[in-house]
Design a protein around this ligand. Structure first.
Ligand code: ZN
Length: 198
């Protein structure tokens, strides 16, 4: 045991399992929690429980949602004829934070990666193709600029182009190998506005 209390040590180990949290920040968080009034911590606990027990995937775009349809898909002001394809819900959030995009999304659940056994059937590609049976004007492929993201973009462009739907790819601004969720808003906006037709 490294800290002064077995209970705190247990909390540190749990927190250190979270992505991006090392043992040092886990320790800082654990001591902060130990010094915070119980009511405040109760509301944190219930927020975590709520997400863990009640969150599901939107039946249309597959992002995380409280109900069967997410707030974005249910919003009448969003352009349903423009679909931005992203790898995961964190990338969707990055674009939402920019606030420029008024279309809807499609969350693939990852990117094609033959080496790790992620093929088209592991991603929500069939579901995307189903959506394209509606009157869709543009599909914006906003997968990461990693090898997997580029492979996925090429694969999707090949599938979609025969349907006579405009296919664009986010362009300059996204560094090669860069993760969309870690890119600042200005760069992301430039990438979005500079998208190219595939
Ligand atoms: Zn949705």
């Amino acid at each position: 045991m490294l800290s002064s209390s077995e209970n705190i040590e247990k909390l540190i180990s749990e927190l250190a399992n979270l992505p991006g949290v090392g043992r040092k920040s886990a320790g800082r968080l654990a001591y902060h929690i130990a010094n915070t009034p119980k009511e405040k911590i109760d509301s944190l606990i219930s927020a975590i429980k709520n997400v863990s027990e009640n969150i599901k995937r939107c039946k249309t775009c597959f992002t995380l949602s409280d109900g069967d349809i997410c707030n974005i898909c249910a919003n009448e002001n969003r352009n349903k004829k423009q679909i931005m394809v992203v790898e995961n819900e964190r990338d969707l959030l990055a674009y939402e934070n920019v606030g420029e995009y008024k279309g809807v999304y499609h969350v693939l659940g990852g990117a094609l990666s033959p080496l790790t056994g992620i093929g088209p059937n592991e991603l929500k590609i069939k579901e995307l193709m189903m959506r394209l049976k509606d009157d869709i004007e543009e599909v914006i492929i906003a997968t990461n600029s990693s090898v997997e993201g580029e492979t996925t973009a090429t694969y999707l462009a090949k599938l979609i182009k025969p349907l006579n739907i405009k296919v664009t790819r986010i362009a300059s601004g996204v560094p090669v190998g860069g993760d969309i969720e870690n890119i600042d808003e200005v760069t992301l906006l430039r990438a979005f506005n500079g998208r190219l037709t595939l």
